[in-house]
Write a new protein. Structure first.
Length: 170
């Protein structure tokens, strides 16, 4: 079965996106799911969906924003799955802080941020690690710009508070 010129072009485009943003998508999935193997699956599914739906991309946002939105949706789909919730109760959470450490903040800060609820953890990651602007984060997370600002502010406050109290708490 041969590949048409259009499919080949789409494949090349998504391949280029994978080269550019693969590590960032993986990091986002890891922070969201807190499990290396699930994050790998989510990253793969993200790029599969990007390839499958690339012809629908309307360039209303950057490709990075579009990919991150797909990744967030994939992670949310996985978190909603019954097997995910049951498995999470049975397994201890791995130390994912070390895996995002190199691009984030000094050790204790990363550990505290990783212990925050996802609604604060993801905006902080997208802002500080991925360098995204507030309006891009809003598109990725599917929330309003003011909600992004509120979550960033509250995430910083919680981080500061937990640092003063002595570290990460689930």
């Amino acid at each position: 079965m041969g590949m048409t010129g259009r499919d080949g072009g789409k494949r090349a485009q998504v391949g280029a996106l994978m080269e550019l943003y693969g590590d960032q998508v993986m990091r986002l999935c890891l922070v969201s799911l807190r499990d290396w193997h699930l994050a790998q699956d989510a990253c793969q599914e993200t790029f599969f969906r990007a390839w499958k739906h690339y012809d629908r991309f309307r360039f209303e946002s950057s490709e990075k924003t579009w990919l991150m939105r797909i990744a967030v949706n994939v992670c949310r789909d996985m978190q909603k799955a019954r097997w995910y919730r049951q498995g999470r109760d049975a397994l201890p959470l791995p130390d994912t802080a070390a895996l995002v450490q190199e691009d984030f903040l000094p050790g204790p800060v990363t550990e505290v941020v990783m212990s925050l609820p996802e609604k604060y953890r993801l905006p902080l990651l997208l802002f500080y690690v991925h360098g995204m602007k507030g309006h891009e984060i809003a598109r990725v997370l599917g929330i309003s710009y003011p909600a992004v600002l509120t979550r960033l502010k509250r995430g910083r406050e919680l981080t500061r508070q937990r640092m003063e109290e002595g570290g990460a708490k689930e």
